[in-house]
Write a protein that binds this ligand. Structure first.
Ligand SMILES: Cc1cc2nc3c(=O)[nH]c(=O)nc-3n(C[C@H](O)[C@H](O)[C@H](O)COP(=O)(O)OP(=O)(O)OC[C@H]3O[C@@H](n4cnc5c(N)ncnc54)[C@H](O)[C@@H]3O)c2cc1C
Length: 469
């Protein structure tokens, strides 16, 4: 858990109180700005009882980003979050006696999303480029992962027919046995997806969009802290421990129900992970009435993949780590944790063990995952259990697959369901849905979530028409 209490936390940890004058039917926030004092968009930031209310459900980066834009524009915003902290799948620990953070969820900044890069800049965070080379460890021998390079090159170029699954793509492009094995490893590891189900077209598309990657030196969590501080400064409320069950459009706005009570507001942005839309209400899913068509299509078209990362803080670098340039990725195919890299560690030796795709299911749960990572480390370093105990000082892990509020790591597109792109945001005022499952180029990334949150706020600010119902 987070060790430090950010300044915004002291100010913001209060229950949400809503329920003011409702707006006229069928109006968006931009229109509502003219009900009351009419200055939404002038950026006064302070709470004002005559202004319309907006509820954002979910304090992940998509929800916080949207909330911040609207709060800055002068809207009175409340964010309702099921967990006791914001960030969702951005979860950064700051271990005691360590200068650098440990990421349990998102680590890399992918692609070139202008909104995300602008936000990072604004928050004063430093980006460090990840230039790591890829190596394979096979029968005790380390060598450059040449076949992985060939596969990544091939994925960087669209084929004539990428309509099927990733495995169909392997056949279509006449991949040999080794290339198919590495393609499987890549699709499972990077996309958290089963190669016999995921859409080849979406893999190729994302490979083209993800040219470079970097990480925030201060940790992704610093971005969450920044957004929360901004929200608090703009007079917004952050309500934690609010497990939302339904959002219903009514003639005068929306009614959001959590496990405690009803909250009334003029409009609502729902910014939840896809599985919360796919699960039935009796199993903890969130009911939307009416559900925007694009959410129904996304629920059919995408699945949520599994991924597990275990970060090991070490007393000294592992031998194979020492032998390779800093930032290298090492692949040990067929192991339970088949991908390893040095963490964002400053000068402290760390290793991240990564497992993605269906094989994660058998490692479910933090204890099991940590034990499995140590077993693999023992095998690849040849160390005994007592030697490993001396080497590994701390283990950090969070299993988002069994976490009630995420139910998976990130989404991937199914092969049979890829006709046309989904919009960046679904619905129309007063009910909009945002999330990392809407952006075909960068699906399942922080960048996609930010873009979608941005688009949702734009719709309510009247900068964009709704893109879908
Ligand atoms: C292990 C892992 C590694 C990753 N690595 C990367 C990476 O390197 N780079 C990258 O770009 N992306 C990565 N991702 C994906 C990235 O984290 C997500 O795409 C992004 O954070 C999604 O943001 P979001 O706001 O859409 O959703 P979330 O972060 O999931 O936020 C949704 C919020 O809604 C809350 N919530 C859920 N249900 C309810 C409810 N019923 N009521 C109220 N609140 C609710 C959740 O608690 C959560 O806070 C990774 C994800 C994981 C799990």
């Amino acid at each position: 858990m987070r060790q430090n209490v950010a300044p915004w936390q002291r100010a913001a940890m209060r229950p949400a109180v809503l329920g003011r004058a409702a707006p006229p039917p069928g109006m968006g926030l931009a229109q509502l700005s003219h009900v009351g004092d009419g200055n939404v968009g002038q950026g006064t930031g302070a709470a004002n009882a005559t202004k319309p209310d907006l509820i954002v459900v979910g304090a992940g980066i998509a929800g916080l980003y949207a909330a911040r834009r609207l709060a800055r524009a002068g809207a009175r915003v409340t964010v309702l979050e099921g967990r006791s902290q914001p960030g969702g799948r951005i979860l950064t620990e700051r271990p005691s006696q360590s200068a650098s953070p440990v990421e349990l969820g998102a680590e890399f900044v992918h692609g070139r999303s202008p909104e995300l890069h602008q936000l990072i800049k604004e928050a004063g965070l430093e980006l460090e480029r990840v230039e790591g080379e890829h190596y394979e460890l096979d029968a005790g021998e380390v060598r450059p992962a040449k076949v992985l390079g060939e596969v990544l090159d091939a994925l960087g170029h669209p084929g004539v027919d990428d309509a099927g699954t990733a495995l169909d793509l392997a056949k279509e492009r006449h991949f040999g046995r080794e290339q198919t094995r590495w393609l499987t490893h890549f699709v499972e590891g990077f996309h958290a997806a089963p190669p016999d189900r995921v859409s080849a077209r979406s893999i190729v598309r994302q490979s083209a969009a993800t040219e470079s990657q970097s990480r925030c030196r201060q940790g992704y969590g610093a971005l969450i802290d920044y957004l929360c501080a901004e929200l608090v400064n703009a007079g917004a409320s952050l309500g934690f421990g609010s497990r939302v069950e339904s959002v219903v459009v009514e003639p005068h706005g929306v009614v959001v129900r959590d496990q405690w009570r009803e909250h009334h507001a003029g409009a609502c942005i729902v910014a939840l992970p896809l599985p919360m839309h796919q699960a039935p209400k009796e199993l903890g899913g969130v009911e939307l009435d009416p559900a925007p068509e694009a959410v129904t299509v996304a629920s059919r078209r995408l699945e949520s993949g599994l991924a597990l990362r275990v970060t090991l803080r070490l007393a000294e670098p592992a031998e194979f780590q020492r032998a390779l340039p800093h930032g290298s990725f090492i692949h040990v195919l067929d192991e339970d944790f088949p991908t390893w890299w040095s963490g964002s560690d400053g000068n402290e030796p760390r290793l991240v063990a990564w497992c993605g795709g269906p094989r994660c299911a058998r490692l479910a749960g933090e204890r099991r995952a940590a034990a499995a990572a140590l077993e693999v480390l023992g095998r690849i370093t040849g160390k005994t259990v007592p030697e490993l105990r001396a080497l590994v000082r701390e283990v950090h892990v969070h299993d988002f697959g069994v976490d009630h509020f995420s139910r998976g790591a990130y989404p991937y597109e199914l092969a049979e369901e890829t006709d046309g792109d989904l919009p960046l945001v679904a619905g129309r005022a007063p009910l909009l849905v945002a999330g990392d499952f809407f952006d075909a180029d960068e699906v399942g990334t922080v960048s996609a979530a930010v873009k979608s949150g941005h688009a949702a706020a734009s719709v309510l600010l009247g900068e964009e028409r709704h893109s879908s119902e």
